[in-house]
Design a protein around this ligand. Structure first.
Ligand SMILES: [Zn+2]
Length: 69
């Protein structure tokens, strides 16, 4: 038997959906947003930094797209 699979409703199951090219199911989405909320509560400074980083990458991509359009 292959390694045990985490049930839906866990971050591991959320990642499994993504690996299989699926949309995560409702309970997995909830699990991820729950985890994100938890990490924000644990370390708001770090969470803000990650959010800024995501935005920087996003706007860099946008600029490239506009430049090549
Ligand atoms: Zn699921």
């Amino acid at each position: 038997m292959p390694r045990e699979l985490q049930p839906c409703g866990t971050p591991a199951a959320y990642m499994r959906h993504k690996r299989h090219g699926q949309d995560a199911c409702r309970v997995c989405l909830d699990a991820m947003s729950e985890r994100n909320r938890a990490s924000y509560a644990a370390d708001p400074e770090r969470a803000r930094e990650l959010a800024r980083e995501r935005m920087r990458r996003y706007s860099a991509r946008q600029r490239r797209r506009e430049a090549t359009a």
